[in-house]
Design a protein around this ligand. Sequence first.
Ligand SMILES: CC(C)(COP(=O)(O)OP(=O)(O)OC[C@H]1O[C@@H](n2cnc3c(N)ncnc32)[C@H](O)[C@@H]1OP(=O)(O)O)[C@@H](O)C(=O)NCCC(=O)NCCS
Length: 204
Amino acid sequence: MKQLAIIGASGHGKVIADIALLSGYDEVIFLDDNPEVKTVGEYNVLGNRQMAAELAKMSCDFIVGIGNAAIREKIQNEIISKGCNVVTLVHPNAVVAFDSKLGIGTVVMAGAVINSGSVIGQGCIINTGASIDHDNVIGDFCHISVGAHTAGTVSMGTRSWLGIGAVVSNNLDVCSDCMIGAGAVVVSDLTAPGTYVGVPAQSK
Ligand SMILES: CC(C)(COP(=O)(O)OP(=O)(O)OC[C@H]1O[C@@H](n2cnc3c(N)ncnc32)[C@H](O)[C@@H]1OP(=O)(O)O)[C@@H](O)C(=O)NCCC(=O)NCCS
């Protein structure tokens, strides 16, 4: 039986569970460090993330379903160091170019498009209906939110977050640890970590 453990019992985790069941997993297990979280949707929470090593011995695969990039990064690295097999998941109704690359722990949600030559790092979230156009380089643990878009030849550093409906114009570089607010339009390089909002996006 093919099992996937999702660390992080949340709405985001439920979306990942759905993708897992559509991708050949027979069972989804949730782990969460908050002892008060007993269920998520139709699922029971089995225990906290200390159970990961034990589940790994039973050939369970893993993914970290936590929106916060720094926490996602910490937990993904921790469970890999304990021998857990972290996988990449792509919704069957996403479109991913054959010559693009996706790192481990990355999830691509329904309706997302990743175009030719783009490289997506580890632990990224390419959320529902988002698009990454050709030849992007998206760093580890980035989140491209629901309905957000990057044009061709964009680069993003580690842990940056493009908010819902935001866009990055072509040939631009966004450095690490940027939060680009909902609906923002990035039209110039973002060279300092921080929060950017508005049209055109400016430091908040
Ligand atoms: C940018 C963001 C992180 C700021 O959050 P925050 O620091 O809590 O900011 P606040 O809500 O306190 O707002 C502070 C000010 O910024 C403005 N602001 C906040 N977000 C903004 C946005 N996206 N665009 C324009 N202005 C924005 C507020 O109107 C407010 O203005 P005021 O001081 O004139 O009243 C947040 O608003 C945001 O856009 N988050 C994106 C969430 C998202 O994309 N989720 C998708 C998950 S798939």
